[in-house]
Write a protein that binds this ligand. Structure first.
Ligand SMILES: Cc1cc2nc3c(=O)[nH]c(=O)nc-3n(C[C@H](O)[C@H](O)[C@H](O)COP(=O)(O)O)c2cc1C
Length: 218
């Protein structure tokens, strides 16, 4: 099993990084032979969509004959996703939404004709579905009765992933980090991870005992 572990906080000590790392740790407990690929968008940000890429994506004609090399970054990032059986994303909430570092990644992996089809009824995903676990850290509260701000992060990221075919998603939010001492973070994280459901993770065919669901560790 291949795990693609993505982080997008610019901070080295970061709640979303700790959350995503804890999910990877749980996955490795149930699949000790799994390999982990890293994509750290926080410490090694991708370039935002550059001119040639924007030209390539602008019309069906330019997409079928794109400027030389313009799709290379996109292609490499899509292949990373394709090679993964499970994806784990750590993301902060920045101004009610995902940070621009993660948006830059999305801009490369959502590509008509490669990861999604554009149809009159909307975008249709072309990638095989696989579980995506998303650890979210927010300074304040965006869900539940005590929410004091809108949440554009969850619906946006959910739509962006599902429109390329990644429909099996679990959002794990750690909220109110502005009021959380670092020494209290492990307990807060444990509470968030109690909702983690690993039963959606399956061993790829041909490995170990085949496609049986892995046990949930809670
Ligand atoms: C540029 C910026 C914008 C932020 N916007 C929000 C926000 O809209 N809502 C919120 O609850 N927290 C916001 N925060 C606080 C972060 O979500 C919070 O510090 C979180 O823990 C960051 O994730 P990390 O610990 O993984 O770095 C913002 C922080 C930054 C740096």
């Amino acid at each position: 099993m291949n795990i693609l572990h993505i982080d997008s906080s610019p901070r080295r000590q970061s709640h979303s990084r700790q959350l995503s790392a804890a999910v990877v740790e749980k996955l490795l407990e149930v699949a000790p032979g799994a390999s982990v690929s890293r994509r750290d968008l926080g410490t090694e940000p991708l370039p935002h969509a550059v001119a040639d890429y924007a030209v390539a994506l602008s019309t069906p004609t330019t997409l079928s004959a794109p400027p030389k090399g313009s799709l290379d970054v996109s292609e490499a990032l899509i292949q990373e996703v394709e090679a993964a059986d499970v994806i784990v994303i750590g993301t902060p909430m920045h101004n009610f939404a995902i940070p621009s570092a993660l948006k830059a990644w999305i801009d490369q992996i959502l590509r008509v004709g490669r990861t999604m089809k554009s149809t009159p009824a909307g975008k249709v995903g072309m990638l095989r579905d696989r579980p995506v676990f998303i650890g979210v850290a927010s300074g304040a509260i965006f869900s539940g009765e005590r929410a004091n701000q809108p949440d554009f992060l969850t619906p946006y990221l959910s739509l962006a992933l599902s429109c390329i075919g990644l429909k099996t998603q679990q959002f794990l939010p750690l909220q109110a980090t502005a009021f959380l001492d670092w020494n209290e973070a492990p307990l807060a994280r444990k509470k968030v991870l109690a909702a983690l459901d690993l039963s959606v993770v399956r061993e790829p065919r041909g490995m170990r005992s085949g496609p049986a669901a892995l046990p949930s560790t809670g």
